[in-house]
Design a protein around this ligand. Structure first.
Ligand SMILES: [Cu+2]
Length: 189
């Protein structure tokens, strides 16, 4: 009998869950923008991030509890290179990523790139993939020319977004000018 009194509450919670899912799907269906999410799992409880500006960058959305970083600075650098690859060849921590990293869109559609990670990132269009403007994160890679001048870059902080418009037909390559293994490609048909 004790359990029965929780049944109505459970029903309310389940009902709300259904409402949230439905609302989200409708919001996505209404938006004509394709979406790419910048992600990383930098651990905000690791003080070793403090010299790099802390983690997460900026403040979470009010009410948001979706951000849970669990990658320490030590792990980030441990996975920057691999003993199975050539010395100096950057692999990069897989948690620093764009999802999806490849999309196809129709001409005229916009692409919205949103940062849900804890660090600042860029989604910079490059002619050819290369390194960024932070030499220790490039390994032996040469910087992409588009990444060399940080003052000319658009940075996306946590919770922020960048909208790509006017992409012409063809394949476009993008990368983070800080973490150069964070790549993306958009094909416009
Ligand atoms: Cu980045």
């Amino acid at each position: 009998m004790m359990r029965l009194k929780w049944v109505p509450l459970l029903a309310v919670v389940l009902g709300m869950g259904g409402w949230v899912v439905t609302t989200t799907l409708q919001a996505q269906a209404r938006s004509s923008d394709a979406n790419i999410t910048m992600m990383d799992n930098c651990a905000d409880d690791d003080p070793a991030y403090d010299p790099f500006g802390g983690c997460p960058e900026g403040a979470p959305f009010p009410g948001s509890n979706s951000y849970t970083g669990d990658v320490s600075v030590a792990e980030f650098f441990a996975l920057l290179f691999s003993p199975l690859a050539e010395p100096g060849h950057v692999i990069g921590h897989p948690s620093w990523r764009n999802e999806p990293s490849y999309i196809s869109i129709r001409a005229g559609r916009h692409v919205r790139v949103t940062n849900r990670g804890g660090r600042v990132h860029t989604f910079t269009k490059v002619e050819t993939f290369g390194g960024g403007f932070v030499p220790p994160l490039n390994g032996t890679m040469l910087p992409a020319p588009e990444c060399v001048n940080p003052a000319g870059l658009e940075f996306v902080r946590y919770g922020g977004s960048q909208t790509l418009t006017g992409l012409e037909a063809g394949l476009h390559q993008f990368q983070c000018c800080i973490h150069p293994w964070m790549r993306g490609a958009i094909r416009v048909n």
